[in-house]
Design a binder for this molecule. Structure first.
Ligand SMILES: C[S@@+](CC[C@H](N)C(=O)[O-])C[C@H]1O[C@@H](n2cnc3c(N)ncnc32)[C@H](O)[C@@H]1O
Length: 183
């Protein structure tokens, strides 16, 4: 996604769909990814880009009031971990402007909340994803003597999983943007 598009793929796609790539975009600048995606499109082709809005992340306990200290603790480590690596997410809320600036005709730009009927599987997906990231990305990159230690990360994960099973909903709005490349 960040490497140059192979010559044989330039201008070959009618539709390009991409989603959930905040781990790819660095330092609030999705432009290199956008340019590559546009390079794939034929003139008049469509780009659909979906992201979840990390700013809208909300934990809703079943009773509406129970505290969620394990989630709060996990987030107090996870957010700085992302930011320290240039992984940001404000850009995702401005995709409409970015599409227009790059010459796309804006066809669709909407914030879609997670519907009640999928809150449970969505929560399980979020927590499973957190586990994958901690085990496969965060811990292998931990340095000797650095905080949080791998043990601490696993403890944070255990707390997150246990708490999420107490009828909590972890939700984020989806941001969906569709644009059309000029003919
Ligand atoms: C969170 S998943 C989203 C998967 C899918 N787009 C969706 O919406 O369900 C992020 C995806 O980005 C891919 N990815 C990460 N870095 C990439 C890169 N530099 N170039 C291409 N794909 C990349 C990963 O392999 C993974 O499939």
């Amino acid at each position: 996604m960040l490497d140059p598009v192979p010559e044989e793929l330039v201008g070959t796609s009618d539709v390009v769909h991409v989603g959930l790539i905040i781990m790819v975009v660095r330092n609030e600048d999705p432009t290199p990814v956008l340019i590559n995606l546009l390079t794939l499109l034929k003139p008049g082709g469509y780009l659909q880009w979906d992201e979840s809005d990390m700013n809208s992340l909300t934990v809703t306990p079943a009773d509406g009031i129970a505290p969620h200290p394990r989630f709060d603790e996990y987030r107090s480590y996870w957010k700085p971990w992302l930011l320290a690596r240039g992984l940001t997410w404000e850009w995702a809320t401005k995709m409409d402007k970015m599409f227009i600036e790059h010459g796309l005709e804006l066809c669709f730009h909407q914030r879609l909340p997670i519907q009640d009927e999928i809150k449970k599987p969505w929560t399980d997906l979020q927590v499973t994803g957190a586990g994958e990231q901690i085990k496969n990305i965060v811990i292998p990159a931990c340095k000797e003597g650095e905080e949080p230690t791998p043990e601490k990360w696993l403890q944070l994960l255990d707390g997150l999983v246990a708490e999420s099973q107490q009828n909590q909903a972890h939700t984020m709005d989806m941001l969906v943007t569709v644009g059309r490349k000029a003919i």
